[in-house]
Write a protein that binds this ligand. Structure first.
Ligand code: PEP
Ligand code: MG
Length: 763
């Protein structure tokens, strides 16, 4: 029963998304939402109260079950009544006999008599208050804890849409300000070949699509001022745009269940907004051409969003550009084969920076590849691109942003080459190497279930999973389990914070498909270069040294407990389940994390919720501080997982995302190599397992070193499993030990380089 409820959750989210699609405007959306929630929770009343910060008042904005005349009339300050209290505390309130509660307030206009059971949940995004959603029933004590959970989920989904709706209503006050001056692009000639770094492997041959400095795609590239279009053409284009967004949303949900794809809901809401449409029509009636009218109205909204003090809302300007670009495109190309051409489509996107959520939009839009003019190989956008199987090239050349739209490009993210407007001979060579690569691609059937070195030493090969879709590759390529599940990815690719129930649904999916071996679940590792697009956290001068990873979880214990409960519930019947804490810097921090697990277990026991009750608890060894206390950590932790990506970054003081210092970022630096040996010794002395899950394992010689110092468990990107297995099967442990010993004696990078080039690289 409960199981079924979890499975239904994503459907509910889908239902909300389709409400956005079907509603004419915001009021009708709110009305449909309350009706749907009332039906779903079998409640006689469901209402939404929206909050206005300027007056500090909540107003009844939609209701099913209370008197319709009360809409817009019933108001209360935040903090007043059960509804106001729920918002002030940002907590749900569930009362079985609400009228007897001292905080209960009766509103004559609403005809609220006789409703005893009450739940009120706040609708908010972080600390930003949006409103309250309530359900009521006549019967006393009618609602369960599960109903509260469901209502919270619905409220969290509504939050993004409503925040946007509220902004749409308020934007007029900002609209009159002048648009910001545009930066002049450099137009200097570029050489025909540019050298960069391949951050996610693959090839692509396609025309360029340049994202403007504020990431906008194509609004600038659609300078079609034709006045031959009619208002009917506009309506057709608006409809085609809406259909296209609905399809994109559906596609994302099927490709990436964890995104619960409300990513396009803000777009749809703007598109549905009556005043957005009216403004365009008014301009057309006054004689403005249709494309110019779309552009002008889009600019009004863009300016309003861009001037918002919140980074999260400034990002919405991008959504408006995206919509305007799509409308203009659908205007120009009305009857494409499937009726709605993608905005970008089969192109190579050139951008300055991208957020993970934008990467997802591009993936859903079927782009062929991305060229970034900044960013690093181990940045999380690069990791996400690899998970999605899309090539990514980082080319430090700002003039690329001035490349003409549609310029033919070839990107070879294996060798790090970008060809602009390639000659026929280059094209022929590209086709040849591509064909050779697919012919020589490692045969999956060669992949062995068990990995042994050439002298028979058993090695365990596990997979690093970011997106649920990668589980298939991991299993096909015979991973023996999951050595690292980066649980922040479902948080990163969504439009709002997932509730506990949504997390349970995602983690169940994970646990059900990860039964083939151990599952190592890393708790939220956000911050640093993994910024939640919907976070209201203040900007940090040094995010890599800031409130990230376990520090975030410990600062927000409710969020931490919520994630722990969700995963413990989902992992209820897993035999080998491990929890891993990222960025641990002290024994004390590890103890606090362990205590959070204990608290979560107690909460689950108290609510008689089935759960896994004895997960192994591990430390992610990735900060220099751990080295000084490694024996003490080994004495308390059940296992170590070494994160060489961050260990390298922090030990060497080199930003892992900054291409300017990429040459300094070396995991084979003597300090790193010696640190690794120290960690392995401490784990061995304490008798706890140790694995490596950083990308050092992708380098054959560094992998040989790791085997040489005694590591026998590696967790790697799924697509790297064949390569890593091949290296290991050709390796002899005694050779690896000799190699490691020599490397450990090297005191300079020059000595390391000399040894690496002298050694026959084990491939
Ligand atoms: C690491 O730091 O090596 C690691 C595996 O974690 P992430 O890349 O997610 O920081
Ligand atoms: Mg890390």
């Amino acid at each position: 029963m409960r199981e079924q409820a979890h499975l239904n959750l994503l459907h509910q989210v889908g239902a909300l998304a389709s409400l956005v699609t079907q509603s004419e405007d915001i009021d009708s959306f709110l009305q449909s939402a309350v009706e749907m929630v009332a039906l779903h929770l079998r409640a006689e009343v469901c209402s939404i109260y929206l909050y206005d910060e300027t007056t500090d008042e909540l107003t009844l904005s939609a209701t099913k079950g209370l008197h319709p005349d009360a809409v817009g009339v019933v108001r209360m300050p935040s903090g007043s009544g059960l509804v106001g209290r729920s918002l002030a505390l940002l907590e749900p309130i569930c009362e079985g006999r609400a009228p007897q509660h001292p905080d209960f307030r009766y509103f004559e206009e609403a005809r609220e008599d006789g409703f005893n059971s009450f739940i009120g949940v706040p609708i908010h995004r972080g600390q930003s208050r949006i409103g309250v959603m309530t359900v009521q029933r006549k019967q006393t004590d009618a609602f369960t804890a599960m109903d509260v959970g469901t209502l919270r989920t619905m409220a969290s989904q509504l939050a993004g849409v409503l925040e946007n709706a509220r902004l749409m209503m308020q934007h007029e006050t900002h609209a009159k300000r002048p648009a910001a001056a545009r930066t002049v692009r450099e137009t200097a000639e570029l050489p025909p070949i540019l050298k960069g770094q391949g951050a996610a492997p693959g090839y692509a041959h396609a025309p360029a699509a340049v994202a403007s400095p504020s990431h906008a795609l194509l609004l600038n590239g659609t300078a079609d001022q034709s006045d031959t279009y009619t208002a009917t053409d506009l309506d057709t284009a608006l409809q085609a745009t809406a259909d296209q967004l609905v399809d994109l949303q559906a596609e994302l949900t099927s490709q990436l269940p964890e995104s619960a794809s409300l990513i396009f809901s803000a777009h749809l809401m703007i598109l549905k907004d009556r005043s957005f449409r009216n403004k365009i029509h008014t301009r057309i009636e006054r004689g403005t051409s249709v494309p110019a009218a779309v552009r002008e109205v889009a600019e009004i909204y863009i300016t309003a969003f861009e001037q918002s003090p919140s980074a999260h809302l400034r990002e919405k300007a991008q959504d408006v550009r995206d919509i305007a670009g799509r409308i203009l495109k659908n205007l120009r190309e009305p009857d494409t084969e499937d009726g709605h051409a993608p905005l970008v489509g089969a192109k190579i996107v050139i951008a300055e920076t991208l957020y993970p959520s934008e990467v997802l939009k591009l993936a859903a839009d079927r782009v062929c590849g991305v060229v970034l003019v900044s960013g690093g190989l181990t940045s999380h956008v690069a990791i996400l691109m690899r998970s999605l199987g899309l090539p990514l090239l980082i080319v430090e050349e700002p003039r690329l942003m001035a490349v003409a739209e549609g310029t033919p490009l070839i990107m070879d993210a294996h060798l790090g080459n970008l060809f602009l407007d390639p000659a026929e001979a280059v094209l022929a060579e590209f086709r040849r190497s591509r064909a050779a690569e697919s012919a020589g691609r490692l045969n999956v059937t060669n992949q062995q279930a068990i990995t042994r070195t050439s002298d028979g030493e058993r090695i365990h090969l596990l997979a690093n999973i970011n997106l649920l879709g990668e589980l298939t590759t991991a299993q096909t390529l015979k991973a023996e389990g999951i050595g690292l599940y980066r649980s922040e990815f479902p948080f990163l690719v969504r439009a709002s914070f997932p509730s506990e129930e949504e997390q349970v649904a995602i983690y169940k999916h994970l646990c059900e498909r990860a039964r083939f071996g151990p599952l190592t679940f890393r708790t939220l590792d956000i911050g640093g270069d993994k910024v939640l697009p919907y976070s209201h956290a203040p900007q940090e001068a040094n995010p890599e040294l800031g409130l990230r990873s376990i520090r975030f979880s410990l600062k927000y214990p409710k969020t931490f407990h919520q994630q722990l409960r969700a995963v413990l519930r989902a992992a209820v019947d897993l035999s080998d389940f491990r929890l891993l804490f990222p960025l641990i810097s002290s024994v004390d921090e590890f103890r606090r994390a362990r205590q959070a697990v204990e608290v979560s277990l107690k909460q689950l026991q108290h609510h008689q919720e089935p759960h896994h009750d004895a997960p192994a608890l591990g430390v992610m060894v990735e900060l220099p501080a751990t080295l000084g206390i490694i024996d003490e950590l080994a004495a308390e932790a059940d296992f170590f997982a070494i994160g060489t990506n961050d260990l390298t970054q922090y030990l060497l003081g080199v930003d892992r995302t900054n291409p300017q210092v990429a040459d300094y970022y070396r995991s084979d630096h003597p300090a790193i190599l010696r640190a690794l040996r120290r960690i392995v010794e401490a784990a061995a002395a304490a008798g706890i397992p140790v694995s490596v899950c950083g990308e050092m394992t992708h380098h054959p010689q560094q992998l040989a070193f790791l085997v040489g110092i005694g590591i026998r468990t590696f967790s790697v990107t799924p697509s790297f499993l064949p390569r890593v297995q091949r290296t290991l099967t050709r390796l002899k442990v005694s050779d690896a030990e000799r190699f490691a010993k020599k490397l450990l004696a090297a005191g300079s990078l020059a000595d390391v380089d000399a040894l690496l080039s002298a050694a026959a690289a084990p491939h």
